[in-house]
Design a protein around this ligand. Structure first.
Ligand SMILES: N[C@@H](CCC(=O)N[C@@H](CS)C(=O)NCC(=O)O)C(=O)O
Length: 226
């Protein structure tokens, strides 16, 4: 037993990314359900975000740091290649994902999962505004992935894991789903990698169920606040 504990909720794309990393490496772990901004998470992440990791006395936050720790600390396939150019390309894409792509994707996804409206239903104007950069970025990814199976370095890496966990949600939402359906390279990429054992082992509940659950959470929060 490795004693690795991942803290977070299973439907978070970043929690799923570190779980996929652990699954790819074949490292056993437990998932402890924890929401952001709770005492357990605030004790590890200075901004109260998930995922966090515990390994014995060692605690860590930030998905990329956790994935790097898992990759270096355990044998198995390299999620971050050792060769300089390949490693740099993986870093390049993870950086693009974490600083630009995923924040835009999350803003759009939040319109559906966590609507900031009085009736708890998505605001069409907010959805339209958020969907525009997402469409442009999905088309960019479709161009980059044309003729390729992997985002970086001709090998499956954490750059793919980190992207797949959000693309899976985007495929299920109306505007982004339509763009993906019209993006042959993205469809092939998602179809191929969604067969991976690590992807299947970390599947969240169906998006339709999650939407009901997260909107109920939002309504509960609003009722408490009023
Ligand atoms: N940079 C962080 C981002 C993690 C993140 O945004 N987690 C979300 C859930 S997917 C969260 O905790 N959100 C709560 C918040 O932002 O306050 C990482 O890579 O781990």
């Amino acid at each position: 037993m490795t004693g690795i504990e991942v803290m977070g909720v299973a439907f978070s794309n970043y929690v799923r990314a570190v779980r996929m990393a652990l699954e790819e490496k074949g490292v056993p772990y437990t998932l402890t359900p924890c929401r952001p901004h709770t005492a357990e998470i605030d004790a590890i992440h200075p901004l109260g975000k998930i995922p966090c990791l515990k390994h014995g006395d060692f605690t860590l936050c930030e998905s990329k740091a956790i994935a790097t720790y898992v990759d270096r600390g355990f044998p198995g396939i390299a999620l971050f290649p050792a060769e300089a150019k390949a490693a740099a390309l993986v870093e390049q894409w993870v950086s693009l994902e974490n600083t630009t792509l995923i924040p835009h994707f999350q803003t759009y996804m939040a319109c559906y999962f966590f609507p900031r409206t009085a009736d708890g239903e998505p605001d069409p104007a907010a959805v339209t505004a958020a969907a525009e950069p997402v469409a442009a970025q999905l088309k960019m990814l479709d161009r980059v992935l044309t003729g390729k199976s992997f985002l970086a370095a001709d090998v499956f890496s954490y750059a793919d894991i980190n992207l797949l966990t959000v693309l899976a949600y985007l495929r299920d939402l109306p505007e982004s789903g339509a763009v993906i359906a019209d993006s042959p390279a993205l469809v092939a990429y998602l179809d191929t990698h969604s067969q991976r054992a690590s992807f299947v082992a970390t599947l969240p509940p169906p998006t339709s169920e999650l939407l009901l659950m997260t909107r109920a959470m939002v309504r509960e929060r609003m009722a408490k606040a009023s």
